[in-house]
Design a protein around this ligand. Structure first.
Ligand SMILES: [Zn+2]
Length: 273
């Protein structure tokens, strides 16, 4: 499921043809009766989960909507639903997206009670500090490049007039190696995983999206995309948000409540020696 999510997101976003993570490279010999190699040797990649503190009120389950704005445009079906219903959300923006969506940035900044803006990197490059590919996309490849991706995203936010410095980072593909997580934590960010995949990289059909959203529970963090206005997924997201609101869901932003992620994405980073 995750592979499909991010392969889809990256395929849409990047000019590089997506390569399924578990697909053998064209030159690889077939491995008879064995699982295909997942990746070349290298540190383990993780895809962290994130949960927010539960409300523990069955009538008011608490849910965080998070949207990635990887590159491309603005899905106004989602944006207007959030605005009209005054539903708060956390938006992860890249430098690339900011550059092409100044009008949406103005809307975000005009509604600081609704939108928390966080760092999705400069160039939408996986924040992994050794050279490999994830879904066919080359990773940052070194600690220096991971740092540049994170800091470049934050710099672009500042340049776009976003005065509140980001406190969360979510990298392209949402996969990391553990040393990259430690590096990003040491830069002062928490790393934003998620607990519900809302839209499979915006390629899920509207009905499928609605089903995913309908299944959310108290304390969930949903990831979806707000940068694909032509996809059916956005229709499903807009409808699904309204349905959750009808159900009494209490929407919060990541900065509004305590949040706990695995792989030390939110705990205090250990000092590096
Ligand atoms: Zn993205």
């Amino acid at each position: 499921m995750h592979a499909r999510l991010f392969a889809a997101a990256l395929f849409l976003a990047a000019p590089i043809p997506a390569l399924a993570e578990n697909a053998a490279p064209p030159s690889a010999p077939a491995a008879p009766a064995a699982k295909p190699a997942i990746r070349a040797a290298g540190p383990r990649l993780v895809e962290p989960h994130l949960h927010i503190e539960k409300s523990k009120d069955p009538k008011r389950p608490r849910v965080a909507l998070t949207f990635d704005a990887c590159m491309g445009q603005t899905d106004k079906r989602i944006l207007y639903t959030l605005l009209e219903k005054r539903i708060p959300a956390t938006i992860f923006v890249t430098a690339r997206w900011l550059k092409h969506n100044p009008d949406t940035v103005k809307v975000f900044l005009a509604n600081p009670d609704l939108f928390e803006l966080e760092d999705h990197g400069e160039n939408h490059i996986p924040a992994i500090d050794y050279a490999t590919t994830v879904y066919g996309i080359a990773t940052a490849g070194s600690p220096v490049a991971v740092g540049r991706e994170v800091a470049g995203g934050a710099d672009a936010m500042k340049a776009a007039g976003i005065e509140t410095a980001p406190r969360w980072f979510r990298g392209a593909t949402a996969k990391y190696d553990l040393s990259a997580i430690r590096e990003i934590r040491a830069m002062g960010y928490r790393v934003a995983g998620y607990s519900v995949n809302g839209d499979d990289g915006s390629l899920l059909g509207a009905a499928g999206v609605e089903k995913r959203y309908a299944a959310v529970k108290d304390g969930d963090v949903i990831i979806s995309h707000i940068n694909q206005p032509t996809h059916a997924a956005g229709d499903g997201i807009a409808k699904a948000i309204l349905a959750l609101k009808e159900r009494g869901v209490d929407f919060v932003r990541l900065s509004d409540v305590d949040a706990t992620g695995d792989f030390e994405t939110t705990t205090q980073a250990k000092p590096t020696l």
